[in-house]
Design a protein around this ligand. Structure first.
Ligand SMILES: Nc1ncnc2c1ncn2[C@@H]1O[C@H](COP(=O)(O)OP(=O)(O)OP(=O)(O)O)[C@@H](O)[C@H]1O
Length: 287
């Protein structure tokens, strides 16, 4: 009898409550969130503001613990942060007093249990990842000398240099201008390895508010709803890979984007000002 391998990430019935220290008021951020993510999958999570996207990511990163439910990586409970899961945020989180190469090499210098690099290995990795993210020639620059897009390339190189097998990204492109963002979406797929076999790709969990970004990047899009945060739908993005900017012109790209927008628009309107959307077509039930 053959046994099926455990999913890369397994979330079952996850609940997360926050209790305000002073008032004692409880916020139910997540309720009964279940999701399996396979090795090498690119998952995007979208949903209205406050639906718990960052909370899900922080739990997987081990930066917080669930109030209830099962949270496993490779069949083992996630008990805290680890070098096997790298996190990248919107605000670069670079050290301003260090050069590009020193920022990228930071985690390598300090090492992690079971993962130590010799000085030569460190140098080789820094050079490799600087080239991979397209920063050759900027090694000695400081963050203030870089554009926002270049800073996020540094953050991505630092994330990859540490060799995690899961990439956790919380709106990493959210602060960039529209053109830079489109370019970095394409770059991210290249760096992730969309032309490589699935077995060589890293598992990626990517949070975004941008529906088209999610459709462009993802193998599957998880749509969340809020109060409390739940998984409302999981959509397969059946657009072929490798993808480039031309995929946006495909009718299927528009259909998928529209389908996701229909799932979140009522809550998105309410999150802004409590208003209801003006309907231009019959309301659709959740998938
Ligand atoms: N440390 C915390 N203490 C108290 N409440 C929290 C904490 N972190 C998150 N929350 C609450 O949990 C809910 C989910 O927050 P979370 O940041 O995960 O949502 P989100 O979908 O990532 O939001 P956004 O899209 O605005 O970034 C919100 O109601 C938020 O106020």
């Amino acid at each position: 009898m053959t046994t099926t391998p455990a999913p890369k990430l397994h979330l079952k019935g996850i609940t997360k409550s926050f209790i305000a220290p002073r008032s004692g008021q409880q916020t139910l951020a997540l309720a009964d969130v279940s999701l399996d993510i396979e090795d090498g999958e690119f998952i995007c999570i979208v949903g209205p503001s406050g639906c718990g996207k960052s909370t899900v990511l922080n739990l997987i990163a081990g930066l917080d613990t669930p109030s209830a439910g099962v949270l496993e990586k490779d069949g083992k409970a996630i008990a805290g942060p680890g070098a096997d899961r790298g996190v990248m945020f919107q605000d670069y989180a670079l050290m301003p007093w260090q050069t590009v190469q020193d920022n990228i090499g930071f985690g390598l210098r300090h090492g992690t249990p079971g993962k130590q690099f010799t000085p030569q290995q460190r140098e080789e990795r820094i050079v490799h990842f600087i080239e991979l993210v397209g920063l050759k020639g900027s090694e000695k620059k400081y963050p203030h000398q870089l554009s926002g897009g270049m800073r996020q390339r540094v953050a991505l190189a630092r994330l990859l240099a540490n060799g995690p097998d899961i990439l956790l990204m919380d709106e990493p492109l959210g602060a960039l201008d529209a053109q830079t963002r489109l370019i970095l979406q394409i770059e991210l797929l290249r760096i992730w390895g969309q032309t490589a076999p699935r077995s060589q790709r890293k598992t990626a969990v990517f949070i975004t508010h941008d529906i088209e970004e999610a459709v462009f990047l993802a193998d599957r899009v998880v749509v969340m709803s809020s109060h409390p945060g739940r998984v409302r739908a999981v959509l397969d993005i059946d657009l072929p890979r490798p993808r480039d900017e031309h995929v946006r012109a495909q009718p299927r790209f528009g259909e998928l984007s529209e389908q996701i927008w229909r799932l979140i628009r009522d809550e998105a309107y309410r999150a802004i000002d409590g208003s209801e959307p003006t309907r231009t077509e019959p309301a659709e039930s959740a998938a």
